[in-house]
Write a protein that binds this ligand. Structure first.
Ligand code: CAA
Length: 332
């Protein structure tokens, strides 16, 4: 069913730019046909990324099954989606009827069985390979054979998950960016077993979502995190070395490089625990200092400061406006 959102939101949700990169990829594949139309999407994990992926999928007209581990977690995920939909109505970017239609296309479940008829299943669970493998072993037996599986991993090898399933040719990486409802990019990751048809299907589905699709190889961090993670860690190192205060470093990168957020704000936004897990995986893969976690990051995690989601990171989020975390003490 087509969406009828008005104004800016329609532009964002329905008609995002078609990238020249993805256009070239399609041409280069000499019209490799997509495997199947994706009408029903399963999303495993409804956290920061999963709820956004579920929302954009439903906004594109797909039926969505969102799976979480238990009812409270599922309620939280659905609540985040409803909040975003309500915000769109409040701002006049969507009618109530259209927001209701999007919400109506999303079914929540704590049961993997609900994924059985999905055309595409995307996992957006914690960056823990063992947990993801256990999930795929279970889901592989339940979901119809023709379905495509995808991981939203930001740094783990896609092949490690593909090889655990009975459909390694129909397995790829679909890497979204936070917030998935807003960020335009979708990295489509081809691992050594992914078929050309599966890549074409991933690209086509990304375009249906209005995303800019870029096909990339299965190397830790793909394109964006390969470049972004060392930058964020360097922002922390600059702070550790007293190059500037938290606010000065962030303001400098916003005003001097035109970034929407400074590196320390963005690190908090991504989640310091997530960033730490990604940098560990990338350090393990490349053995290069630029991917190593700075000591300050380790200490902040020990203090339970995970960034915006925990209320404390480089900034303190307890008030109306975030302020630099006054409790971080650096040696003079
Ligand atoms: N969900 C849905 N919509 C959201 C949202 C969310 N969580 N956060 C913001 N938005 C929407 C708002 O509704 C708003 O829409 P309108 O302008 O149509 O009203 C729009 O985004 C702008 O939001 P705000 O005015 O509240 O705030 P802003 O102008 O500061 O933009 C931002 C917020 C879009 C997040 C912007 O600061 C930004 O682009 N930051 C950089 C984010 C980034 O780099 N993300 C990638 C992280 S790396 C990653 O994800 C990969 C990984 O593996 C770690």
């Amino acid at each position: 069913m087509a969406l009828r959102f008005s104004g800016r939101l329609r532009t964002t949700w329905r008609t995002g730019p078609r990238s020249s990169v993805s256009t070239r990829v399609m041409a280069a594949q000499d019209k490799v046909r997509a495997m199947a139309e994706i009408n029903t999407v399963g999303v495993v994990g409804g956290g920061l990324m999963g709820h956004g992926i579920a929302q954009v999928s439903a906004q594109s007209g797909c039926e969505v099954v969102l799976r979480e581990v238990d009812e409270p977690m599922l309620g939280k995920a659905i609540g985040m989606i409803e909040k975003q939909l309500a915000r769109a109505v409040e701002k006049g970017r969507s009618s109530q009827a259209d927001a209701d239609a999007v919400r109506g296309r999303i079914d929540g479940s704590v049961d993997y069985g609900a994924l059985a008829d999905c055309d595409l299943v995307i996992e957006a669970a914690t960056e823990d390979l063992e947990g993801k493998l256990a999930m795929w072993r279970e889901v592989d037996d339940i979901v119809k054979d023709a379905a495509i599986f995808a991981t939203n991993t930001s740094s783990l090898p896609v092949i490690a998950q593909a090889a655990q399933t009975k459909r390694p040719d129909r397995f790829l990486g679909l890497h979204f960016f936070n917030p998935a409802q807003v960020m335009k990019l979708l990295e489509v990751v081809r691992c050594v077993t992914t078929s050309a048809e599966t890549v074409a299907t991933g690209v086509e589905w990304g375009q249906k979502l209005g995303k800019v699709t870029v096909v990339t190889q299965d190397k830790a961090g793909f394109i964006v995190n390969r470049l972004l993670v060392p930058y964020l860690l360097d922002g922390m190192r600059a702070y550790e070395e007293n190059v500037g205060t938290i606010a000065e470093i962030d303001n400098a990168m916003k005003a001097g490089a035109g970034h929407p957020m400074g590196p320390l704000t963005l690190a908090d936004f991504v989640g310091l625990d997530t960033l730490s897990a990604i940098s560990d995986i990338m350090f393990e893969e490349f053995r290069e200092k630029r991917f190593a976690r700075p000591p300050l990051l380790r200490k902040m995690l020990m203090a339970g400061w995970y960034g915006r989601k925990s209320g404390m990171g480089f900034y303190d989020y307890s008030g109306d406006t975030p302020v630099p975390n006054a409790q971080i003490s650096l040696p003079a």
